[in-house]
Ligand binder design. Structure first.
Ligand SMILES: *Cc1c(COP(=O)(O)O)cnc(C)c1O
Length: 375
């Protein structure tokens, strides 16, 4: 069993992907070739945002968004401590201060009720993360931001394709950022990312920043970065986009299968009714995680921990806030466990994962459920 099954995904889209790659090799425009603009138009339409700017990675999307918003040394950006390190890293790289606000234990996303007390005269932006693929409480977060004149940057690296009250992730706030890292819901075969906005000036700034702040050839209007996504990677995402909605439906099927067998028996990361998840990860909450993970491993089931240490306790970041600043994030970091998730995981495999997990956490499996299982 694979934790994320990229081989099956390639086999399912092999002809489309190979044809797209061959087209790029034939025209030879490897940097900012026609597939880049084509992908940007397709993804903007997909999310409903006016602009999509492809960039070198999800990290670069976050960095360029902050640069386009004019985040400067001394500014504060409110974010969650429970994410991949890139979320806080880009804030620190710009000389700004990440202000960590604790999470909601039900969803593992930033707790909107704690944001307002963290706002100071230096606060410039709020950066929620749509963790495991599920958007954060964007209505509440946007309302706080509007009251205080702040920008909201959604880190949607795990949630492309998810919806929140009928709108697509990455089109829920001032800017939305995503990643096309191979294991993300919509991945390429290298590094890639994109930012989305309906603000014309912000999009124009982001386009300049990704090419060294260049407004015309060799005229550098602002300080930028080398942050383009290459044409081949854009071509691969274009090919994968053809089956993406089918894949999202399959991820939902696998999640439904897990939930049917685990709900009420194991603590699950809660899914709010007004939004859908892209299920970048399917995550449960367990005690004695190391033992549970070892027993699953022995049963041939791969698992992963996202993330074992919250960002405010990471060695390079610990001096920025108090160690006890985010107790819920610290507790969840010790207990979360992500199960295999892929559009190609079969119902029988999901059942095998769920039953092995129930055995590992010593929850009895009803005989009727076992009877249906050819063991
Ligand atoms: C993957 C990820 C990133 C970084 O994306 P890259 O493309 O790897 O740079 C940022 N934030 C979150 C929440 C992620 O999961």
């Amino acid at each position: 069993m694979e934790f994320i099954d990229l081989k099956s995904q390639y086999q399912a889209s092999r002809e489309l992907i190979n044809a797209r790659i061959a087209a790029v090799l034939d025209h030879g425009q490897y940097i900012l070739g026609p597939e880049v603009a084509e992908l940007e138009a397709r993804l903007a339409a997909y999310t409903g945002a006016r602009h999509c700017v492809t960039v070198a990675s999800g990290t670069e999307a976050l960095l360029i968004s902050l640069m386009a918003l004019g985040i400067r040394p001394g500014d504060e950006v409110i974010t969650t401590p429970f994410s991949f390190i890139a979320t806080a890293e880009v804030i620190v790289l710009l000389g700004a201060l990440p202000v960590f606000v604790d999470i909601d234990p039900a969803t593992c996303n930033i707790a909107p009720g704690l944001i307002e007390e963290a706002i100071t005269p230096r606060t410039r932006a709020i950066m929620p993360v749509s963790l495991y693929g599920q958007p954060a409480d964007m209505t509440e977060i946007n309302a706080i931001a509007t009251r205080h004149g702040l920008a909201v940057i959604e880190d949607g690296a795990q949630s492309f394709g998810a919806t929140y009250r009928g709108r697509k992730s990455c089109n829920l706030s001032t800017v939305g950022c995503t990643s096309f890292f191979p294991s993300k819901p919509l991945g390429c075969y290298g590094d890639g990312g994109a930012l989305f906005t309906s603000d014309d000036a912000l999009a124009a700034a982001a386009r300049e920043i990704r090419v060294h702040g260049q407004s015309r050839r060799y005229v550098h209007t602002r300080v930028g970065v080398g942050g383009r996504m290459d044409t081949l990677q854009c071509a691969i995402v274009l090919a994968k986009l053809e089956r993406f909605d089918w894949e999202l439906a399959q991820r939902q099927r696998v999640a439904d299968g897990y939930e049917a067998l685990l709900s009420g028996r194991v603590q699950l990361v809660g899914q709010a009714r007004d939004r859908t998840s892209a299920f970048g990860q399917y995550t449960v909450v367990v005690e004695e995680r190391e033992r549970v993970q070892a027993e699953l491993h022995a049963a041939g089931i791969p698992t992963a921990v996202h993330y074992p240490v919250p960002m405010h306790l990471q060695p390079a970041y610990a001096h920025l806030s108090r160690a006890d600043a985010c107790p819920i994030a610290s507790i969840m970091a010790a207990r979360v466990l992500s199960l295999p998730m892929s559009p190609f995981l079969e119902d029988g495999e999901a059942r095998q994962v769920a039953q092995s997990l129930l055995r590992a956490v010593r929850v009895p499996i009803p005989a009727a459920e076992l009877a249906s299982e050819p063991v």
